[in-house]
Design a protein around this ligand. Structure first.
Ligand code: NAD
Length: 257
C-alpha cells in the first residue's frame, strides 16, 4: 500500500505509536504533519524525515482554536489533507469511586473532544477534494473493560460511535472513518502505568505485565508500534469505500470477535 504525496495529520506523533505511524507513512511515500503539544519532541521527530516530508505543528487537541489553526497551517503549506490519524492520548488510572472529576474531564477532553475537533476541522478539506480517511486510535478498551480505567474505556468505546457517524455522513463524499484497536504496546504511556497499577492493585510490576497486560493474549507478547502502523497504513491507503465504519483489533488475540 502506498501514500505517494498524500498529506496526513497525525496527532500525538511526537512519541510512541503516533511517531511509528508517521515513520510508516513517510516510508510509503506520504507527507506527515506531526501535531503535538510537545513541540520540542515534535520538531525533533519531523527533522528525522526532512522538511519536504514532515512538518511539526503545535496542537493541543482539546483546544478548538489550536486544532483549527493547526489544520489550516498544514492545508496552507501542502494544499490538501488526505488522512487524519487522531492518536493523541494519555492514561490516568484510579478506581471509579476515587476518580478526581478534573482527571475524568481531562481524559474525555483529550480522547473524545480531540477526535471530534480534529475530524470537524479536516472534513471540509476532505469533502472539497471528494476523498479522505479518518482514523481513530481506539484500543482493545474500545471493546473490553479493565479495572481502574473508567474514562479511558468510556472514551475508547465512544470513538466507535463517532467513526460510524462520520462513515455515514462522509460516505457519498468519499470520506472513510475507521478505528484501530491495539493491545498493549510498550510506549511511555504504558511504561508509566506499570508501577501505578502495581500500587493500585497491590501486586508486583511483573504480575501487572504478565497477568494484566499480556495474560489474555495467545502468545504472551506485546503488540508492537510497527503492528499498529501497518493497520494505520491499511486504513489510510485502502482503495475503496468498502472499508469504512470498521474497527480492527491488533492485540495478539487478547480480544477476538
Ligand atoms: P505516548 O505517551 O507515547 O504518546 C502520546 C503523545 O500524545 C505524546 O507525544 C503527547 O505529547 C501527545 N499528547 C498528549 N496530550 C496531547 C494533547 N492534548 N494534544 C496533542 N498531543 C497530546 O502514548 P502512545 O502509547 O503512543 O499512545 C498513543 C495512542 O494510542 C493513545 O490514544 C493511546 O490511548 C492509544 N493506545 C495505546 C496503547 C498502548 O499500549 N501504548 C494501546 C492501545 C491504544
Amino acid at each position: 500500500m502506498q501514500l505517494t504525496d498524500k498529506v496526513s495529520i497525525i496527532t500525538g506523533a511526537a512519541s510512541g505509536i503516533g511517531f511509528g505511524i508517521a515513520k510508516r507513512f513517510v516510508a510509503a511515500g506520504g507527507k506527515v504533519a506531526i501535531a503535538d503539544i510537545n513541540m520540542d519532541a515534535a520538531r525533533k521527530a519531523a527533522a528525522e524525515f526532512g522538511e519536504d516530508r514532515a512538518m511539526a505543528v503545535e496542537m493541543d487537541v482539546t483546544s478548538e482554536a489550536a486544532v483549527n489553526a493547526g489544520v489550516k497551517t498544514v492545508a496552507d503549506r501542502w494544499g490538501r489533507i488526505d488522512v487524519l490519524v487522531s492518536n493523541a492520548g494519555v492514561q490516568i488510572v484510579h478506581p471509579v469511586e476515587q476518580f478526581p472529576f478534573d482527571a475524568w474531564k481531562k481524559m474525555l477532553a483529550i480522547h473524545l473532544d480531540g477526535a471530534f475537533l480534529t475530524s470537524r476541522a479536516v472534513l471540509p478539506y476532505m469533502y472539497e477534494q471528494g476523498s479522505g480517511s479518518i482514523i481513530f486510535q481506539g484500543s482493545v478498551h474500545s471493546k473490553l473493560a479493565s479495572a481502574l480505567k473508567a474514562p479511558y474505556v468510556t472514551a475508547k468505546h465512544g470513538l466507535l460511535g463517532l467513526a460510524r457517524v462520520i462513515a455515514k455522513e462522509g460516505g457519498e463524499k468519499g470520506v472513510r472513518a475507521n478505528v484501530i484497536c491495539p493491545g498493549f504496546v510498550r510506549t511511555p504511556l504504558v511504561d508509566k502505568q506499570i508501577p501505578e497499577q502495581a500500587e493500585n492493585l497491590g501486586i508486583s510490576e511483573e504480575e501487572v505485565v504478565n497477568d494484566i497486560m499480556l495474560g489474555g493474549t495467545v502468545t504472551k507478547e506485546f503488540t508492537t508500534i510497527e503492528d499498529v502502523a501497518e493497520i494505520a497504513l491499511l486504513f489510510a491507503a485502502f482503495p475503496s469505500a468498502a472499508l469504512t465504519g470498521q474497527s480492527l483489533l491488533v492485540s495478539h488475540g487478547w480480544c477476538m470477535e
